[in-house]
Design a protein around this ligand. Structure first.
Ligand SMILES: *[C@@H]1O[C@H](CO)[C@@H](O)[C@H](O)[C@H]1NC(C)=O
Ligand SMILES: *[C@@H]1O[C@H](CO)[C@@H](O)[C@H](O)[C@H]1NC(C)=O
Ligand SMILES: *[C@@H]1O[C@H](CO)[C@@H](O)[C@H](O)[C@H]1NC(C)=O
Length: 691
């Protein structure tokens, strides 16, 4: 009794001593961290859940002047109270894309801030696990400022949930990924955005305890490019040991090579648009290059954003983190570093219908279009750098000519394969970690998701981001009562993973067992009327994984990324190629930001590039697929039987007769005649089958 009395009396002082005090009437909270005092705000979410937000605490000094295009430096402390009840500025990028509204929103280079959300429990008692959220946006747009406060509080940062959510900003596009002089020692550091995250994570480990977060329990969480970014930092030696869990939703970025030249072409185009470089600038002369960087530092950020926007009329683009050599933050390409990634427990997965951009390769009657599928398969076969590209092309063709498989080609290669590979590599021998793999298959999201791409077909759901409305509320539409229940279940699994390392819910739901390489088991997330999920299944994305992992290893052979990629790109990104092809055939740019003109340029460049590589590889010795297709497409269709591409003629054609005659070789008197006729056709067919 006495001790209780003492506690009651001393509690306010204890709080005061830690620099924490709540003002319920004003709906604010005061908190002292090592940099100074903060004024945060109470956030009242739905279902009577409440939490607190500190919306923009500087971890990095504004990267302006000599700090633009350079490693960030820690933010200084401040005098008095810093008011973080209102969100700060987003990092400069195309504002319309970041804010998803035509007028954009506030941006400035003073943007290296963290956004922290915590419950009263966490703030007063401490010891709460941390969910460290990386935003998406193709490394080129979006920001922590566009997250939905009340959803974060409801799902994670309220009493009872008790996770401290921290969202760091990082520099985007040109500001975060300029790579003007690969391999040269200049004042512009490559991968500044990755350095931003390192500084933000160091800040988190130093400051999180003031918010009630336990710096020894950090789970990096990302969706889309945020998940890709999580994948990348988890392979960087600089981030080793700084966090101990990952949640990767719908994205992985270590399956394809990102070499040290990545982004340099886009960097030079922007430098040229800004008037800081010309075609005759000597790119190998360090003095000339330094002058270009200085010139770019003298521009306003608005001029640089305008140049980034103009870049969208060019085929070149920024593609995020890449190798930056000895002493860099990614000394080797992320795909190489991934082979020796430090183990970290991971929850990872995808939606069943992320992107169907390759659907354009279906004919109006729903069958696969030989020419379009062949072109895609050759693109992948030759651009990735397999030892036996013609074999991969053939296997790819066999698989995607079946049924409507081809509409998944993009997601198979860009999402399912990399997700599976990340899961598999984390589970390598000797790594004592658990990986939980999922596939979100619920097709009923409908109005709960505010769509940003046209999805007319039921098969196109659940698409990229559709499931994310239940986790952090981006693109949230109108929730039905069932959607609120699903939100509690789905985000509850993420919450459990962040808190305990195991996403299983109990509560009458099937238990979630860790991924293993043999069963390739995953948890299927779907909701029947009783809101019960199917749970464990075997063979995650079996078709895609067989082709792009098993067959690729067995028959495609080792991958050596091409020395030179298409003239406008310096790393291979499946989406980049597919978007160019799809845009070309649909006569409409499918890219978020590229113009149709630049997509058409890209298409032409890809087509020439693949032709050249194929020609070199086959040394003109054999017929290759596209020639055959060109010759035959007007009269023939392809039928895939027992894994072999066979030429099947449509009725009434001259070629049918030839084939029928060939097949009726049992009739001896026709044999001679057949062979005479067949010399040409059978020759073609042979080349075709060996392809
Ligand atoms: C904090 O900043 C916001 C936005 O500028 C302002 O409305 C609010 O009054 C400020 N709060 C205090 C206590 O100064
Ligand atoms: C790069 O240049 C800076 C400044 O001139 C110098 O301090 C540094 O040692 C150089 N680094 C390397 C790897 O040459
Ligand atoms: C393709 O689109 C452009 C611009 O939208 C239009 O001018 C052109 O006529 C279209 N071409 C075809 C073949 O539909």
């Amino acid at each position: 009794m006495a001790s209780l009395l003492i506690l009651t009396i001393f509690c306010p002082f204890v709080l005061a001593a830690t620099g924490l005090s709540f003002d319920d009437a004003a709906g604010t909270v005061h908190l002292k961290i090592s940099q100074g005092e903060l004024l945060g705000k109470r956030i009242d979410a739905y279902e009577s859940r409440t939490g607190y937000g500190f919306l923009g605490i500087p971890f990095g000094a504004p990267p302006v002047g000599p700090l633009r295009f350079a490693k960030p430096v820690a933010a200084s402390s401040w005098e008095g109270v810093r008011n973080v009840t209102v969100k700060g500025d987003a990092c400069p990028a195309v504002g319309e894309l970041t804010y998803k509204r035509p007028e954009g929103g506030p941006m400035s280079e003073d943007c290296l801030h963290t956004y922290v959300y915590a419950s009263k429990n966490c703030l007063t008692k401490g010891g709460c696990p941390i969910m460290w959220v990386l935003h998406g946006g193709r490394y080129n747009f979006e920001s922590p400022v566009v997250f939905v406060d009340d959803v974060i509080v409801h799902n994670f940062a309220s009493d009872g949930q008790d996770v401290v959510v921290i969202i760091p900003a990082y520099r985007l596009e040109n500001f975060g990924f300029l790579n003007i002089a690969p391999g040269m020692n200049t004042s512009a550091t490559p991968n500044t955005a990755v350095w931003d995250l390192l500084l933000a994570l160091q800040w988190t480990r130093r400051e999180a305890h003031y918010f009630g977060g336990d710096p020894k329990k950090i789970t990096v969480f990302g969706h889309s490019a945020g998940a890709q970014f999580a994948d990348v930092i988890s392979v960087s030696p600089h981030f080793k040991g700084l966090f101990n869990g990952m949640v990767m939703m719908s994205g992985a970025d270590t399956a394809f090579e990102a070499g040290y030249k990545s982004n340099s072409l886009a960097s030079w185009v922007t430098a040229t648009i800004l008037g800081c470089a010309t075609d005759s600038t000597d790119r190998s002369d360090v003095v000339a290059v330094e002058a270009v960087i200085e010139c770019m530092r003298e521009k306003t950020w608005q001029e640089i954003v305008a140049a980034n926007e103009e870049l969208n009329t060019h085929p070149e683009d920024y593609h995020g983190p890449h190798a930056d050599g000895p002493g860099g933050i990614l000394p080797l390409s992320p795909s190489q570093l991934a082979l020796t990634r430090p183990p970290v427990r991971t929850m990872i997965g995808t939606t069943a219908a992320e992107f169907h951009d390759t659907k354009y390769a279906l004919n109006a009657d729903g069958t696969a279009n030989l020419k379009k599928v062949a072109e895609l398969c050759e693109g992948f076969g030759y651009a990735i750098g397999y030892k036996h590209p013609e074999v991969m092309t053939k296997l790819c063709l066999d698989y995607y000519m079946q049924g409507r498989n081809v509409m998944s080609l993009q997601q198979d290669s860009m999402f399912f394969m990399p997700t599976f590979e990340t899961a598999r590599r984390l589970m390598k021998k000797g790594n004592k970690v658990t990986v939980f793999l999922y596939s979100f298959t619920y097709k009923g999201v409908e109005g709960a998701f505010k769509k940003y791409m046209p999805l007319d077909d039921k098969d196109d759901h659940p698409s990229h981001s559709e499931d994310y409305v239940y986790i952090l509320g981006m693109h949230r539409g109108n929730f039905t009562p069932k959607d609120y229940e699903i939100e509690n279940i789905y985000s509850g699994m993420v919450l459990n993973f962040v808190k305990t390392g195991n996403p299983s819910l109990g509560k009458g739901q099937p238990a979630w067992k860790p991924f293993n390489k043999i069963g390739r088991n995953y948890y299927e997330i779907d909701f029947n009327d009783a809101l019960r999920m199917p749970g464990m299944k075997k063979g995650y994305q079996a078709g895609a994984v067989k082709l792009w992992v098993d067959d690729a290893e067995k028959y495609g052979g080792p991958i050596t990324p091409p020395e030179e990629l298409v003239s406008y790109a310096d790393r291979f990104n499946p989406m980049d190629m597919v978007t160019a092809y799809a845009s070309h055939y649909l006569n409409d740019s499918l890219a978020h930001d590229k113009t149709l003109e630049s997509e058409q340029d890209q298409y032409k460049i890809w087509a020439d590039y693949i032709n050249n590589r194929r020609f070199k590889h086959l040394q003109g010795k054999e017929m290759y697929l596209m020639d055959l297709v060109d010759k035959q497409e007007s009269t023939r269709s392809v039928n895939v039987v027992t894994g072999k591409v066979q030429i099947q003629a449509s009725a009434g054609m001259f070629s049918v007769e030839i084939l029928v005659i060939c097949v009726s070789a049992i009739l001896i008197f026709l044999l001679l005649r057949c062979c005479l006729h067949c010399v040409g056709v059978c020759q073609e067919r042979k080349g075709y089958e060996e392809f």
